[in-house]
Structure formats: C-alpha cells, structure tokens
Ligand binder design. Structure first.
Ligand SMILES: [Zn+2]
Length: 128
C-alpha cells in the first residue's frame, strides 16, 4: 500500500485550478488533497492519479468534486488491492449526501486521532 505524497497530490490538484468549481478556500483545498491521498492510496496510485487528472482536463469542463475523486480512485484501483471496509473500500473516505450535495466524509473505520496526527488517511489492519 502506497499513500501518494501530499506535495504530489497538491501539484496534481493544482493542474485543475483553471476549471470552474475548483476549491477556493485553503480548507477546501486541504480536504481535496486528503481525498486524493486516500482515494489513490495503492501501489502505482500516483501515476493513476496523474493520468486521471489528465483525463479530467481533456474530458470535463468542471473541477471534479471530492466525491468524484473518491469514486475515480476506487474505480481505477487494481482489483487485487481492493481492501475490505465496505463503507469506504479502505480509502478512509466514504460518499455521503449533505444538504443535498454529494461529498465525502471520514469513514467510521478510521481512528480519527491517528488520522489527524498523520494528516493522512489511515488504513486499519483489517483492510490488509
Ligand atoms: Zn472504512
């Protein structure tokens, strides 16, 4: 399991900055990076993330939402690396609807203290 480097995720996110809907606040950007790190936490995930951003830039006119990023990472993850948590598929994030808007939140399988300490989505041992 490989968590993509935060700086790398930040650079990939920045490639989307010309698109409408790009996160405006520092907090929103941090959350988006958290989502990218979680969603693309698998071997080769950094390359997959880079390719996904390239595809988005070619195919989509709006900046993807966190939920879009989460789904992309899940969809593009190699099958043999699919972990076990059904709520978040081991990404540490799960899609939720808040105020009618689709977004993501930290999964119940994530020990919050450890997540916050590391500023990284944490993988539980069960997901191994
Ligand atoms: Zn989970």
């Amino acid at each position: 399991m490989t968590v993509p480097d935060r700086q790398f995720c930040s650079e990939q996110m920045a490639r989307l900055s010309g698109l409408p809907g790009y996160p405006k606040t520092e907090e929103a950007k941090r959350e988006f990076i958290d989502t990218l790190q979680g969603a693309f936490s698998f071997v080769g995930g950094g390359d997959v993330l880079r390719q996904w951003v390239t595809d988005v830039l070619h195919e989509v006119e709006f900046c993807p939402s966190q939920a879009d990023a989460w789904r992309a990472g899940h969809r593009l993850r190699p099958a043999k690396q699919q972990p076990h948590c059904r709520q978040c598929d081991g990404t540490g994030w799960r899609p939720v609807i808040k105020y009618g808007v689709e977004c993501v939140e930290r999964c119940v399988c994530q020990p919050r203290a450890a997540v916050m300490a590391a500023r990284l989505p944490y993988r539980d041992s069960e997901a191994e």
